[in-house]
Design a protein around this ligand. Sequence first.
Ligand SMILES: [Ca+2]
Ligand SMILES: [Ca+2]
Length: 91
Amino acid sequence: MLAETAHMVGLKELRCAFKQFDCDGDGKITLDELKEGMKTLLGEKLKKGELEEILSDIDLNKDGNIDFDGEPGAGELGLGGSVGGESSGKV
Ligand SMILES: [Ca+2]
Ligand SMILES: [Ca+2]
């Protein structure tokens, strides 16, 4: 259900917002950062349970954080991997 929240926001927006969510810049969004981000950036005050729903929905490798890079298969936000602009023009 709450996957709809992420859907409504949109992956592109999520990607842009990621850095803003990621307050300490460690490349991961913790539950706490998600909470703050939702509140600050989206004006959404979500309950902890709701945040956990969203996080666990996005958190593919179940490490308790939303990772932008470093996930097998290019991140948990479904961004496709070419974040650095490395397009595959090889043979
Ligand atoms: Ca962080
Ligand atoms: Ca994760």
